[in-house]
Design a protein around this ligand. Structure first.
Ligand SMILES: [Zn+2]
Length: 86
């Protein structure tokens, strides 16, 4: 069991803590709420059809970039965490 430093107190024994996700179709907004408390983050998904190389953009907490960049950032964070554990 690990402690999430900022948002949560407890993570399940299997290492996961399922977030609660709701979608507002009118706003194209995903609201992702923490599985253990009332912390949340708003995520907006935008499609920019005149840019076929990167047609899906995602805004998280006011930061807008392509899904590819978000994926890279999250992968980098996971890699850093893994290397810190050893
Ligand atoms: Zn929480």
């Amino acid at each position: 069991m690990r402690m999430n430093r900022k948002m949560c107190q407890v993570i399940d024994d299997d290492g996961s803590l399922a977030p609660r996700v709701s979608y507002n179709k009118k706003l194209h907004r995903f609201l992702v709420r923490c599985g253990c408390c009332e912390q949340s983050v708003e995520i907006y998904a935008l499609s920019i059809h005149n840019n076929p190389a990167d047609d899906s953009w995602i805004e998280i907490n006011g930061v807008l970039t392509s899904w590819r960049e978000w994926k890279r950032v999250i992968e980098d964070i996971i890699e850093m965490e893994k290397s810190n554990e050893s």
